[in-house]
Design a protein around this ligand. Sequence first.
Ligand code: C2E
Ligand code: MG
Ligand code: MG
Ligand code: MG
Length: 279
Amino acid sequence: ESKAAGRGRVTVFDEEMLSDKRYRRLVERELRAAVYLGELELHYQPIVNPDGSAYALEGLIRWRHPVRGLISPAEFIPIAERSTLIDMLGEWVFKRACADVGHFPGRRISINVSGEQLKRDEIVTMCDRVLRETGRSATQFIIEITETVATAATPETLRRLEALRGLGFHIALDDFGTGHCGFNYLKTLPIDSIKIDRSYIRSLAHDQVAQIFVSALAQIARIQDVTIVAEGVETQEEFVLARAAGCNRFQGYFFSRPAPRDKVAPLRSIDAEPLAQSA
Ligand code: C2E
Ligand code: MG
Ligand code: MG
Ligand code: MG
C-alpha cells in the first residue's frame, strides 16, 4: 500500500509502475487517447476578494478514467511532462477555459502552465492562435507558473513570459514559499500576483515566523504592485489571519472546493454581506 493511499487518496500510478518504461508508454498512450475520448475535465475553484466576491476561477484538470475513476493531476501531469504530451494537454486546458469563461461574467480564468511548456515557443504561438480561434481576449485569463519554474528560468523562458504578458495575460507565481525564490526575484520577474503556498496559511495560527513571512511578502508586494493570494484557506480563522497579514485574495475549501463548471456555486457579488470581520 502506498503512502498516498494511507492519507485517504488512491494512487493510481505508483512509482514502481512509472519506473517501468513500457508501462509509462501505455499510460502516455491512454492519456493521449483521453483527449479525443473526452475523458478530461476542467474543474473550477473561485479565487475571492476580501469581501468574498469572486475575482477569478482557477481551472484544475482531472482525468475521468473509465476504469480507474477520477484521477488527480498530481498523478498524470508528471507523466505528460516527460514528453510533448504536456503541450497537447495544455492546449486542451486553454481551449476548455476559452469555451467556459463566458459562463463566469466579469471573472478571469486562471490556468496552470507547466514549466515544460515554457521551454518551447509553442506556448506563445498556441495561446495566440487559440485566442484568435475563440475570439477571447488574453485579459480574461491568468497563467500560473510555479515558483520552481521562475527560479530556474532561462532568458528564453523569461522572454516567453514577457510575450504572454504582452498579449494581455496576467502571470501568477504559484506555490510561493516551497521553492527557492528570494525576495530579490520578485523585482525582476514579470508577474502580477503571488500565490502563497497553503503550508504557510496552515501555519499562520500557531507559527509567528509564518505570520512575519506572509506580512513581509505582502509589504514587498504592495511596493512592487503585485497581488498576494492565500492558497488553501480551509477555515474562517485562516481567512481572517491571512487577511490581517495583508493578503489581497483568497482561495480554498473554506470558500469552495473545485467543481465542474455547471456545479460551481453561485458566485458572491461585491455587495454581499461580509464573510468575516477583520481581525
Ligand atoms: P495548484 O495549482 O497549486 O492548485 C491548488 C491545489 O490545491 C489543487 O489540487 C486544489 O484542488 C487544491 N486545493 C484548493 N483549495 C484547497 C484547500 O483548501 N485545502 C487543500 N488541502 N487543498 C486545496 P489539484 O486540483 O489536485 O491540483 C494539483 C496540482 O496539479 C495543481 O496545484 C497544479 O500544480 C497541477 N495542475 C492542476 N491542473 C493543471 C493543469 O491544467 N495543467 C498543469 N500543468 N498542471 C495542473
Ligand atoms: Mg495553480
Ligand atoms: Mg498552488
Ligand atoms: Mg500546487
